[in-house]
Design a protein around this ligand. Structure first.
Ligand code: ADP
Ligand code: MG
Length: 634
């Protein structure tokens, strides 16, 4: 029946991941069944929706279900659905390839994980689905026919680097996956998956909530009649899942394990949920929601497409996955289900974008998630730390995008600080530690902690014992521009505007002493700086560069440029350390002769730029000035 059989190779990343599964020491091998049932259930959801939208599609959707067949003699297990099915191209793309959306990230993560040898974590990050079958099977056959098409496709693989694919003339619509099971091995947690009781147990454990019937043929023995005769054995088809929506059950009656399995199904994830949020809103826009905060970020968290977020149901019927309208983008790590009561089953993405009801629901979900994070922060510090390490960078986007909740988001955020080498601080804790004479919350932005800690901007803050927040995520550059204060304390960059770090009374006279130097430097460096003034920020460096209070920092300008926007970078201010011998020396030299001093001025400026991690406009010129100068001293 089958025509040409073609052999193909898995895409490189897919092959690596597959290898990982085949040789996995992952103990929970049973979970392959959850993955297959989950895929079948998704396929049925998709078909129901497609039939609803496309009236020309000629399919019978009156009896959508999942069948599980076992064959103890052949040692096979088959999971069959009459759902949407796949075309040949889809099989190649969906089963033979991995994560179109984030291949670069995927490669990077695979490299890291291979080095660290941490399979468990890797499995968590990738949410390995179909490939998990190779934990329990030597060979997997998949036969599928897409709804509305006449030819079918057969796919086969032993989980090595290749698979075969062939066209079939005939097959039922939908997908059937047959596992040729590895030998039973209790030590390796490989059970007998041909035993109906085992399948029943696993379905109960992993997939009981699936809304479609999961059916299995069971043998029933009818006892012999009283007047003699043989007992008869009949085969009946039985539905083995209860099909109750988990979100419709009271929280007290659902076990953590059930929530965890449901999370893995909706999120296509393999990690454990960090927090379960169940809510029910009555009144005008009645809805129920079951949301999860994962414990591990997927590898493509920063890739905005290609993540299964929140699913929308209407009156228990699946409407769409990845419903962006239900959750703000900075909470895109939240997974789960929202079931709305008074919405049309016909609702489309276009309608959702305008829908008032959705906006109300989204507001209430946002509040609920923020309050769950608040509870983590106050009651479960370790879990809060996990949350922050995994999702903090994304969460901080809310400081920019969610003006209504900005204060809450700020309160729930943590920041690296000079106070501790490794533990981040909340702003509330920072304020608790502020010095008596300190009025502002100080922060520094830059590429890395190391760079910031050594930057001249921090010197006097360190010397005076003021704590400084060290903000090194790209998003930090941006949000600090739009968050002026927290609890009445202004946020102040150590590299911007004026800071008054205990200027003394003889300041004015000191300024006078340096007046000639300041004027001369201003003229000499006019191309680079708009002002030269004395600093209270410096203790050991001779000079540093400061951005105006409302000016754009070089880092921010770089970010804009990277995203294709050109922003004018104004000239900055050069601040001098009046106690540094180079500065006093320059002042004294200037009084006698200006010979060669212009080069010194340029070196001074260049050094200030380098010290903050900046890039010189003309490094070759700087190097030659420096070499000339050094030549005079050797
Ligand atoms: P995920 O479910 O997270 O996308 P899987 O590895 O489980 O990852 O499956 C990969 C893809 O293969 C699915 O997204 C789906 O498009 C397709 N697929 C798998 N099983 C089926 C099925 N039974 N019917 C239709 N499509 C399927
Ligand atoms: Mg899947």
């Amino acid at each position: 029946m089958s025509e040409q059989v073609e052999q193909r190779e898995f895409q490189a990343e897919a092959r690596q991941l597959l290898q990982l599964m085949v040789h996995s020491i992952y103990s929970d091998k049973d979970s392959f069944l959850r993955e297959l049932v989950s895929n079948a259930s998704d396929a049925l959801d998709k078909l129901r929706l497609e039939a609803f939208r496309n009236k020309d599609l000629d399919v019978d959707t009156s009896d959508l279900h999942i069948d599980i067949d076992t064959d103890a003699t052949a040692r096979t297990l088959t999971i069959r659905d009459n759902g949407i099915g796949m075309t040949r191209d889809e099989v190649v793309e969906l089963i033979g390839t991995l994560a179109k959306s984030g291949t670069a990230e995927l490669r990077q993560k695979l490299r890291e994980a291979n080095q660290a040898g941490d399979t468990e974590e890797l499995i968590g990050q990738f949410g390995i689905g179909f490939y998990s079958t190779f934990m329990v099977a030597d060979r997997v056959d998949l036969v599928t026919r897409k709804a509305g098409e006449s030819t079918a496709t057969r796919w086969e693989s032993s989980g090595d680097g290749t698979y075969t694919i062939a066209e079939l003339d005939d097959a039922p619509q939908g997908t059937s996956v047959t596992l040729h099971l590895k030998p039973e091995d209790a030590d390796d947690e490989l059970h007998d998956y041909t035993a109906p009781w085992k399948i029943r147990q696993l379905v109960k454990k992993y997939s009981d909530f699936i809304s479609w019937p999961i059916r299995m043929e069971v043998e029933k023995t009818v006892p012999a009649e009283e007047d003699g005769g043989e007992p008869t054995v009949t085969v009946e088809t039985e539905t083995i899942n209860s099909r109750t929506a988990l979100w419709a059950r009271p929280k007290s009656e659902v076990s953590d394990e059930e929530y965890a399995q449901f999370y893995k199904h909706v999120a296509h994830a393999w990690d454990e949920p960090l927090e379960v949020i169940a809510m029910k809103a009555e009144g005008t826009f009645e809805h129920q929601a079951l949301l999860f905060i994962p414990s591990q970020a997927p590898f493509d968290l920063f890739n905005r497409d290609g993540h299964a977020g929140v699913q929308l149901y209407v009156k228990r019927v699946f409407i769409m996955g990845d419903c962006d309208e239900l959750m703000p983008e900075y909470l895109r790590f939240v997974k789960g289900v929202v079931d709305a009561q008074d919405m049309s089953l016909n609702v489309s993405r276009e309608i959702l974008q305008q829908d008032r009801q959705i906006k109300v629901i989204r507001r209430s979900l946002t509040k609920k998630v923020l309050s769950a994070i608040k509870d983590l922060q106050s009651d479960r510090p370790d879990d809060y730390t996990t949350f922050w390490t995994q999702f903090g960078r994304v969460f901080k986007e809310g400081l920019l995008s969610d003006a209504d909740n900005r204060d809450t988001v700020l309160r729930l955020s943590s920041f690296a600080t000079t106070f501790s080498d490794d533990a981040p601080t909340t702003l509330a804790d920072y304020i608790g530690r502020m010095k008596d004479d300190q009025e502002q919350i100080y922060y520094a932005t830059g590429e890395s902690r190391q760079l910031l800690e050594r930057s001249p901007h921090l010197e006097a803050f360190k010397a005076k014992g003021y704590e400084v927040l060290l903000l090194t995520d790209p998003v930090d550059e941006v949000w600090v521009e739009s968050v002026p204060e927290f609890e009445g304390k202004a946020l102040q960059s150590v590299a911007k505007g004026e800071v008054d770090l205990g200027a003394s009374d003889d300041d004015q006279s000191e300024q006078g002493d340096f007046a000639d130097l300041l004027t001369w430097l201003q003229e000499t460096l006019d191309e680079h700086v708009k002002e030269v003034r004395l600093s209270t920020r410096l203790t050991s460096s001779p000079a540093c560069l400061i951005t105006d209070t409302f000016g754009i920092t070089p880092q921010l300008a770089r970010m804009y440029r990277a995203s294709g926007q050109e922003v004018p970078v104004g000239k900055r201010i050069l601040e001098l350390n009046p106690d540094h011998p180079l500065v006093t020396g320059l002042r004294d030299a200037l009084a006698s002769s200006k010979d060669g001093l212009a080069d010194t001025a340029e070196l001074l400026y260049g050094a200030a730029l380098l010290a903050e991690g900046g890039a010189l406009d003309d490094p070759a010129r700087f190097a030659s000035l420096l070499a000339d100068r050094l030549a005079k001293t050797v």
